[in-house]
Ligand binder design. Structure first.
Ligand code: SF4
Ligand code: SF4
Length: 322
């Protein structure tokens, strides 16, 4: 018998409103080839398993340290710290912890188990025009599983969305596309030098894949919507030069293939994840974007002729919701 496909997944959110149209369930696939410095899901970057720690659950008994066979559980002023380089992921500390303060960040799911799980929410997919989104990490890094997952969901009549950085072999995108209703595609920085410095990788492959996707949509060979997403990260992506360059690129190279372009305002709500992993984060104290700044960036995005009716600023701004 052929074994069932399996995937490493680090989270499943229900009732999400920012991962595609309507009210959705979002599945987060573990592992990402990029290393964006502002990443909101640091536990999803590595392709390997990892242990993390929750301070508010810890009673300081140190059973975890006694159980660790490698010395990866190190003393630190803030509390328990797992040195990932020394950890062999045996789970002895997780089992030894009496208060469940330690856990693995991800777990393996079988295809049928995951399909069953997300179909529990199908009543609101229909009612609120939503569906299921595959996110990450980078969902295309596990493209065979995502293609099989979406194929099952399409059989059930569920709307599917792929949230991707675009940094993947073209074959990975082509494998998932026939079962995808909407692609949420990140374009973070148009300047390749800045892209390399801030994400760890060139944007060349990302833009090549995007142009192929745009061509497939315009020719009618791909029957999905294309949403572009640009995170507005202060000091990294949120400047007029970057926004106007992306706007010119989208208006020129993609044209009417783009249904929507979202400028996603930064927030630092994920700081707790960095703390659980014992990692520093340079964006810890960065405040929310102000309304005036958001309006200025929006103007820059539109300056090269991108259609205003398809542009949206999303996320929380300093003086309220966008
Ligand atoms: S998973 Fe095993 S090796 Fe890693 S910190 Fe826990 S006990 Fe130590
Ligand atoms: S075993 Fe659990 S509760 Fe005890 S110190 Fe370790 S993490 Fe904290």
């Amino acid at each position: 018998m052929v074994p069932e496909p399996r995937a490493m997944i680090f989270d499943l959110y229900r009732g999400t409103t920012h991962d595609g149209p309507g009210l959705r369930s979002t599945v987060f696939f573990k592992g990402c080839p990029l290393a964006c410095r502002w990443c909101h899901n640091p536990e999803g970057i590595a392709f390997t398993q990892r242990v993390w720690w929750e301070a508010h659950k810890c009673i300081g008994c140190l059973s975890c340290r006694a159980a660790c066979p490698t010395g990866a559980n190190r003393p630190r002023e803030e509390g328990v710290f797992i040195d990932d380089a020394a950890c062999v992921r045996c789970g002895a500390c997780v089992s030894a912890c009496p208060s469940r303060a330690l856990s693995f960040v991800a777990r393996e799911w079988g295809l049928s188990e995951l399909v069953r799980e997300v179909l529990k929410d199908r009543h609101y997919y229909g009612q609120f025009g939503g569906g299921v989104t595959a996110s990450g990490g980078e969902a295309l890094a596990q493209h065979s599983f995502v293609a099989a997952f979406f194929r099952e969901l399409k059989r059930e009549g569920v709307h599917t969305a792929l949230d991707t950085s675009g940094y993947a072999p073209r074959e990975a995108l082509e494998a998932v596309l026939p079962f995808t209703d909407c692609v949420l595609y990140d374009v973070k920085l148009l300047d390749d030098g800045r892209h390399r410095r801030l994400t760890g990788k060139s944007n060349r492959l990302i833009l090549q894949n995007l142009e192929v996707l745009g061509g497939e949509i315009r020719s009618g060979r791909a029957r999905c919507e294309l949403w572009i997403r640009t995170p507005l990260i202060p000091g990294a992506t949120a400047d007029a030069e970057n926004l106007s360059a992306i706007g010119a690129y989208l208006a020129g190279a993609l044209g009417d293939a783009v249904s929507r372009w979202e400028l996603c305002a930064f927030n630092n709500a994920c700081i707790g994840k960095y703390r659980r992993l014992g990692l520093p984060w340079e964006y810890e104290d960065i405040p929310l974007l102000g309304r005036e700044e958001a309006a200025r960036l929006r103007e820059a995005a539109l300056s090269a002729g991108f259609d205003e009716s398809r542009l949206a600023v999303t996320g929380i701004l300093a003086s309220g919701e966008a």
